[in-house]
Design a binder for this molecule. Structure first.
Ligand code: ZN
Length: 167
């Protein structure tokens, strides 16, 4: 039996810390939580993250920096939308709209988070770009566990079990 390595159709559990390469600011980390578990090769992760850990063994640590095209993509002007402020009237009864706040719009394809970037009396400018779009990102990753996916996981394209989907 050969030792499992990270590759397509393997379930990987990893600890990771993501930082901004220049400031060193941590934007996400699994530290203090369960490791992140995902099915490799099914588009569950940003592309560069999977590419950079290909072939890694359990216990291996890798550090890499991803350009935006390998992470959350470039920022897109089309993802900026002006929405009539009256659509927020229900919300505004409870709280104030403020620049920089993150809200979630219910779209046909599901929830879509956006950031309020501009406010006028009539309009709210909503930025649907991912917060990390346009950014290069640095990751430190440690492979905690690897196993083969089962047939059901492969057909669903995601992991089942304690750290995966429950359904
Ligand atoms: Zn499933």
């Amino acid at each position: 039996m050969s030792e499992l390595i990270v590759g397509k159709n393997v379930v990987a559990s990893v600890h990771y810390t993501g930082t901004m390469p220049e400031s060193g600011e941590v934007f996400d980390s699994s530290e203090g939580r369960d490791p992140l578990t995902f099915l490799v090769g099914h588009g569950q992760m940003i592309p560069g993250f999977e590419e950079e850990i290909q072939g890694a063994k359990i216990g291996e640590k890798r550090t890499f920096t991803l350009t935006p095209d390998k992470a959350y993509g470039e920022r897109q002007d089309e993802a900026m939308m002006k929405i009539p402020r009256e659509e927020f009237s229900a919300l505004e009864e409870e709280s104030k709209l403020e620049i920089g706040m993150t809200l979630v719009a219910q779209m046909q394809h599901g929830p879509a988070p956006f950031t309020v970037t501009e406010l006028t009396d009539d309009e709210v400018t909503a930025d649907f770009n991912h917060k990390l779009a346009g950014e290069s990102l640095k990751f430190a990753v440690e492979i905690i566990e690897l196993r083969d996916a089962d047939a059901e996981e492969l057909s669903h394209g995601h992991v089942h079990g304690p750290n995966g989907h429950h359904h």
